[in-house]
Ligand binder design. Structure first.
Ligand SMILES: *Cc1c(COP(=O)(O)O)cnc(C)c1O
Length: 375
């Protein structure tokens, strides 16, 4: 008998989501117009403690809007961490700007503030003007936003935060997103809360969010006919997705608690394996543990791919850490500051099943396979 599949991070939906979805459907709200999207936006903004938010079709779309609003053009550059998902980087290219990749910090795994000045120097040397910094809160750990902001302020550029993986995370008591000029969040199916597919752009800046909402709605001006002063996007989230998202917000805290408990269970069972270590929680941070990520010391614990294959044989999904952007064929020749930390994390890291719907028995099944391979 084959055991059931244990996925990396599956949606965690319950009766509350189903009820609100059907209620919204029955009320005839299916498009992006109506009270449910507005309620989702308000509830989300309150949850993260930012004044305004606009719901969009994906986290990538939220980041694209944020960059579009800067009026980027060829000759402009945007600084981004090399260790991230491409959704934080492709919008840079799509605005016509050039990405400049920077290595990550070995403790937080996020954009290393100490390397940022060098990125500005490289841009100037290449005849590019840096217009923004886009850090990412990787795997649910908040970036060192104050240190990044200090450099950004000195150079007079905004920080647009890719908080796609950090819904429910905080740093020094402030939710992911604070300290940036705006922050993008993702509700993709594998994220900590989901709308099936969707995102949010949030900020304390009312004008910024109003403009993002306008651009996301085909930049339609108030008129009886269709009036447009510029070309916008069709990026608004639909009401049915928003209904699922709104219901998910009610259990966000429980979902973060569950992900953290899953992390703790892995640590309790695997923590004494020689050469195996866990993603650190940076000082002052409440990691959401969107994914539990382990690292294997090659000399003592071998390659993560060996472990991944053993897990796959047991019908358990695991994944390497994000492949750094400067190693991606899409970004051949891009400027890169450092890179050894990201490359080492990619070579030695493995993401373990972390979905909040997993049971303790599921986690124990994963641990049993790892213990059998590594002891
Ligand atoms: C998921 C993710 C995104 C993109 O979000 P989508 O909603 O899938 O478009 C961007 N950046 C990071 C770091 C992500 O993990």
């Amino acid at each position: 008998m084959t055991l059931s599949r244990i996925p990396l991070s599956a949606p965690d939906l319950g009766p509350a989501e189903r009820a609100l979805l059907i209620e919204t459907f029955d009320a005839g709200w299916v498009s992006s117009v109506g009270p449910v999207v507005e309620r989702f936006e308000r509830t989300f903004a309150e949850t993260v403690g930012l004044a305004h938010a606009t719901a969009v079709s994906s986290g990538t779309a939220a980041l694209h809007l944020a960059l579009v609003m800067l009026g980027l053009k060829p000759g402009d550059a945007v600084i981004a961490p090399t260790l991230t998902f491409i959704g934080g980087v492709s919008p840079i290219v799509q605005t016509g700007a050039t990405p400049i990749f920077v290595d990550v910090d070995p403790v937080s795994w996020n954009l290393a503030p100490a390397l940022l000045d060098q990125a500005f120097e490289v841009a100037a040397h290449d005849g590019l003007t840096v217009r923004a910094i886009v850090p990412a809160d990787l795997y649910g750990q908040c970036s060192d936003i104050d240190a990044i902001r200090a450099v950004a302020d000195r150079h007079g550029v905004p920080v647009i935060l890719d908080a796609a993986e950090a819904v429910g995370a905080s740093r020094n008591g402030r939710a992911a997103g604070h300290g940036a000029s705006c922050a993008a969040y993702s509700f993709n199916g594998n994220k900590i809360v989901t709308t099936g597919g969707g995102g949010m752009l949030a900020s304390d800046d009312a004008a910024l969010i109003a403009r993002a909402r306008h651009l996301a709605t085909a930049a339609r001006l108030p008129a009886v006919h269709y009036e447009h002063a510029e070309a916008g996007f069709n990026y608004r989230l639909g009401s049915l997705a928003a209904a699922v998202g709104l219901a998910q917000m009610g259990s966000l805290e429980a979902k973060v608690e569950r992900r953290r408990a899953i992390f703790d269970r892995y640590v309790a069972r695997l923590g004494s394996i020689s050469g195996l270590s866990f993603a650190p929680e940076a000082p002052g941070c409440r990691h959401s543990r969107w994914l539990t990520v382990i690292r294997l010391d090659p000399a003592r614990a071998g390659k993560p791919e060996t472990l991944r294959l053993a897990l796959e044989t047991a019908n358990i999904e695991s994944r390497p850490i994000w492949k750094p952007m400067h190693l991606q064929p899409a970004f051949t020749g891009a400027a890169m500051i450092g890179g050894a930390v990201a490359e080492d994390l990619f070579a030695t890291g493995l993401c373990l099943p972390s979905g909040s719907a997993l049971t303790d028995d599921d986690i124990d099944r994963v641990c049993d396979v790892i213990l059998a391979v590594m002891n």
